[in-house]
Design a protein around this ligand. Structure first.
Ligand SMILES: N[C@@H](CCC(=O)N[C@@H](CS)C(=O)NCC(=O)O)C(=O)O
Length: 232
């Protein structure tokens, strides 16, 4: 029996953070197809494994525990798999970094496609994206991070904040070369750290497997089409 059930669409996007954490910790998990996700999304909240609006949703089989909301799942797995810093302050900073990453996804997709990208609104957004990259950089450099060395919260070991930051930037950079250029040019520290973490064997293997399964798809749908039409 695998350790976890993960309900997320067959794309990287918000589910990739959870896949990355599970892969890094060498956990096993089952993924469920879109029909199954739609089925449980349609249930009454009292009948769902945990009341939720949209995936990701994780079930921890051994603990008989279900949790939704990407940052809550990441922090839960951090506790469960011993991937959080030890001080209260650094644990709070870890949660902050995961929430920052979730905000960046919402901004990159104009809140899940409520609006579509145009050349003009993308141009206006680029300085904001650069500021987000600098926010990640400042989280790390306050703790001695460089492109070549260290972890984002100054821990001895790679943890949740490192996995989430790396997956945030490398997943979008690998699929949008123009965004990769913005990240590399805005912060060699953020990019160097993201690449180092992405090259660790379990996360690199996950990335290769996801390319085989999902190809170049990032978040899919009309919002990905509109993003691709402006990010050139
Ligand atoms: N705040 C939630 C957002 C969840 C969310 O928006 N999920 C998207 C996929 S990334 C979805 O399919 N939502 C369907 C819906 O909200 O109806 C989280 O961080 O997990």
């Amino acid at each position: 029996m695998n350790d976890f059930d993960l309900y997320y669409w067959p794309v990287p996007f918000r589910g990739q953070f959870i896949r990355g954490i599970l892969a890094h910790a060498e956990c096993t998990w089952d993924e469920h197809d879109a029909a199954e996700i739609e089925r449980i999304m349609g249930q009454d909240p009292g009948k769902q494994p945990i009341g939720f609006m949209g995936p990701p949703l994780l079930i921890d089989r051994k603990q008989d525990f279900a949790i939704s909301q990407m940052p809550a799942i990441a922090i839960y797995l951090g506790e469960r798999l011993n991937l959080l810093p030890t001080t209260a302050q650094r644990r709070a900073l870890c949660a902050k970094i995961v929430l920052d990453a979730n905000d960046v996804l919402d901004e990159l997709t104009l809140d899940g496609g409520r609006d579509m990208w145009t050349a003009k609104n993308w141009e206006n957004f680029v300085p904001r994206l650069q500021k987000w990259i600098k926010i990640f950089e400042s989280s790390g450099t306050r703790n001695g991070l460089t492109g070549a060395d260290g972890f984002i919260l100054g821990t001895e070991q790679l943890g949740i904040a490192d996995i989430v930051a790396s997956i945030l930037w490398t997943t979008v950079a690998d699929r949008f070369p123009a965004i990769r250029k913005i990240i590399e040019e805005t912060s060699p520290v953020v990019w160097g750290h993201a690449k180092r973490v992405a090259e660790t064997p379990s996360i690199a293997a996950l990335s290769r497997k996801n390319y085989d399964t999902y190809g170049e798809t990032y978040c899919d749908g009309e919002i990905e089409k509109s993003l691709r039409s402006v990010v050139i």
